[in-house]
Ligand binder design. Structure first.
Ligand code: NAD
Length: 717
């Protein structure tokens, strides 16, 4: 035993084991805790004076999951199989020790934490609103390897278990109880302990349901016709939907299905084999690296200057109560910030506030909020036309029309009122921050905070540093983004910043393919096969072709004014042609698609405008073009210093425009492909399709030196 676990052996023979990893804010299943738990099970088996066990946590959460360091270190399938079997083995010993074991669950109980809890005979959840139970492994390309794919379906039924594991869902206390995942709820820790003791006294020698000879799965097992039918088609459906990019999904299904045909111990072995396949897959390595390590590093402030100390915004002013301003008002008010929402007419400002009302009405209806919380939140948003109301704001976010003159005017008016310490941010999506800062009296306190639509759902904010933005302003902008629960990436100022610039390369490549006579359906399928959330033509319709054309024309003008050359992308001609026909996108009911009654069909007229090539390219070629266009442009952003860290690049790409998550982000895509291989393929694409594919100089240099993109900059492979 070690100090990861403290034991309290009561006079009644009940042992209370409290998991409390020293120096950590959360319990994770690391070496120290695992060996302490193995010691605990030995004591349970051997010490006759112990009548039963209550397993609980000394932290605000029960157990957040596996130690990702250990998972990432797994190098071979055999190692992964053995690690999974070792975990299962001690959980199995808990449930077969012949004495009652109760899990008293508080806060997060995820992954390995829930797998241990399911290996206890009785589960009680402290119902204080914080409890969340789930097996989120799929989100890192993994499969629950501690018996989760076997115990969960035996507790809640195969269908429910597959849904939760497939989505990585977290369930709250009430649902955990009604589904059969847990056995009881407690008001607080004392109530939980009392219930646990009572249950132990009444059940001196319990068995798990699946160890009883007559055990039946709730809702039927792999042999029952309804389940067998569902499970026969579900893996192929899931695989088709994800284009085979997420093997963990199908492995989870196979493990559940095959496990249901075997006895329990054999089922655990089956699971370990599927776990091993996932744990060593490139997808899980990519996802762990980016969506765990890099994401956590960003959230801990890797891109924030060390000084000054953390700050909090108390009062926020938003200029422009349109789609973006209204969304920002909602997320800020939700984070407990007082909001002034200003527009040029009271009606527009009120309309912006109504967005929060509508979102909150829905939340109340769905039980995610209460009428009292809704009223309190709404009371913190003041819709107005009066700049005077901005007095006392420590941050202003401007979200008026994308027009320099309008932005300059509202900047001037707001700065006349706000205090000298206040930070002024623009939510512009295209205009360089340094140029907007020229309208400011205090450009050092001017910054870009680029939100994504819809603001209440999108997790990212791209922070843009202008030429004169101070470190303190950056720190305060960064703290605000964390304060409202979003993930910040930080980039240097440039046309299109980072996210809009790379996103455009994906969509425009789709348009270029169309212009060449590639079948539009093949283009769309290639986008999805590549792992992008939406295909390029449909996406261009969503953001509107007229906007795409406007940005291209603006860029052409700006570059001409700066005396710089403009290289037209071959997709631009497609934008012009369709816009000239009034086919400007979804909002007009017609673009690359025709939109009718909630349905859409590719516009048949595309065939006349862009006659099909006789010899259509392979899908793999299309996928390469769509992905290389993005990854290469991300490398250019790295080279130009627009990007400041690999984590910003990878997280920004996945959270900002949905860059295929299984690749681990736009720069990780290059790592995983291999630098020399990427360079060679990019050169071949450039020779065939144009200079835009010519590999960024930094890639040539890194490939020559045997480097790859690592945190802190390029590092040796
Ligand atoms: P919108 O047209 O929905 O809203 C703009 C609002 O600004 C309107 O309510 C308008 O009445 C108000 N406004 C205009 N002039 C004003 C003035 N002088 N004083 C006060 N209010 C004024 O636009 P939006 O989509 O919310 O975009 C706002 C900003 O956010 C733009 O800079 C845009 O580029 C940027 N942005 C938009 C998106 C997006 O997806 N729509 C994403 C990121 C950033």
């Amino acid at each position: 035993m070690n100090d990861a676990l403290t034991l309290d052996h009561g006079a009644d023979g009940v042992l209370i084991a409290t998991m409390d990893l020293p120096g950590a804010s959360m319990n994770v299943l690391n070496e120290a805790l695992s060996s302490a738990l193995i010691g605990l099970v030995e004591r349970l088996e051997l010490d006759a004076s112990v009548r039963g066990l209550i397993l609980r946590s000394g932290k605000k959460d029960f157990l957040a999951g596996a130690d990702i360091d250990r998972l990432r270190a797994l190098r071979s399938a055999q190692e992964a199989f053995e690690a999974s079997m070792a975990l299962k083995h001690f959980i199995r010993r808990f449930e077969r020790c012949g004495k009652p074991v109760v899990a008293l669950i508080n806060g997060l109980c995820l992954g390995g934490g829930l797998e241990i809890a399911m290996g206890c005979h009785w589960r009680i959840v402290i119902d204080d609103g914080r409890a969340r139970l789930g097996l989120p492994e799929v989100k890192l390309g993994l499969l629950p390897g501690g018996g989760g794919t076997q115990r969960l379906p035996r507790l809640v039924g195969m269908q429910q278990a597959l849904q939760w594991m497939g989505e990585g869902s977290q369930v709250r206390a009430a649902q955990a109880l009604s589904s059969g995942l847990v056995n009881a709820l407690a008001r607080d820790a004392d109530d939980g302990l009392a219930q646990a003791r009572a249950w132990i006294a009444a059940n001196p020698a319990p068995k798990q349901p699946w160890d009883a000879p007559k055990f039946r799965y709730p809702g039927g097992d792999s042999r029952s016709p309804a389940v067998a039918q569902m499970l026969a088609i579900a893996p192929s459906m899931a695989s088709a939907k994800s284009y085979g990019n997420y093997p963990a999904l199908t492995h989870i299904m196979s493990s559940v299905f095959e496990g249901g045909l075997s006895d329990f111990d054999r089922a655990l072995e089956i699971e370990a084999r599927y776990f091993a396949a996932c744990a060593i897959s490139p997808a899980s390595k990519n996802m762990m690296g980016t969506l765990w390590y890099q994401l956590n590093a960003l959230k801990k402030g890797a891109s924030r200057p060390a000084a000054p100390a953390r700050s909090r915004v108390k009062k926020l002013g938003i200029l422009g109560a349109g789609m973006m301003g209204a969304g920002i008002a909602y997320v800020a008010a939700k984070a407990g910030i007082e909001v002034v929402l200003l527009d040029s007419s009271q009606a527009a400002a009120d309309k912006g506030k109504q967005v929060s009302q509508a979102l909150l009405d829905k939340a109340v209806k769905q039980g995610r909020s209460t009428p009292e919380q809704r009223e309190a939140l709404l009371a913190s948003i003041e819709p107005t036309t009066q700049y005077e109301a901005l007095r006392g704001c420590d941050l202003i976010i401007e979200a008026v029309f994308e027009d320099r003159a309008v932005k300059a005017e509202v900047t001037r008016q707001a700065e006349a009122i706000i205090g000298s310490e206040a930070v002024f941010a623009s939510n512009t999506s295209t205009l360089p921050i340094s140029s907007l800062a020229r309208a400011s009296q205090r450009p050092a306190q001017f910054i870009g905070l680029h939100f994504f639509s819809p603001v209440d759902k999108m997790p990212l904010v791209e922070i843009i540093i202008g030429q004169e933005t101070s470190d303190e302003t950056l720190a305060r902008g960064f703290d605000f983004v964390l304060q409202i629960g979003k993930t910040p990436i930080v980039v240097n100022d440039s046309r299109g910043f980072y996210t809009s610039r790379i996103f455009a390369t994906y969509v425009m490549e789709g348009l270029a393919l169309l212009a060449e006579g590639v079948h539009p359906r093949s283009i769309e399928v290639a986008g999805l096969q590549a792992g992008m959330p939406m295909p390029p033509l449909a996406l261009q319709d969503e953001v509107s072709l007229s906007l795409g054309l406007h940005v291209a024309e603006q860029t052409r003008q700006d570059l001409a004014a700066e005396g710089k050359p403009y290289v037209e992308h071959p997709g631009e001609a497609v934008l012009r042609q369709l816009c000239a026909l009034g086919r400007i996108g979804k909002k007009a009911g017609q673009g690359f698609y025709d939109y009718r009654e909630g349905d859409k069909q590719l516009w048949p007229g595309l065939a006349q405008l862009y006659p099909l090539q006789a010899q259509q390219p392979e899908q793999a070629e299309l996928i390469d073009r769509l992905m290389f266009a993005q990854a290469n442009e991300a490398a250019r952003c790295w080279q130009e210093g627009v990007l400041r860290s690999v984590a910003d690049a990878n997280i920004g790409s996945i959270f900002g425009w949905g860059f295929a998550p299984f690749h681990g982000g736009a720069l990780q895509f290059i790592n995983a492909y291999g630098l020399p291989e990427f360079v060679a393929r990019a050169q071949a694409l450039a020779a065939q399709h144009g200079e835009r594919f010519a590999p960024a100089q930094c890639l040539l240099d890194m490939a020559a030196k045997g480097e790859r993109f690592e945190e802190g900059g390029p590092a040796s492979a």
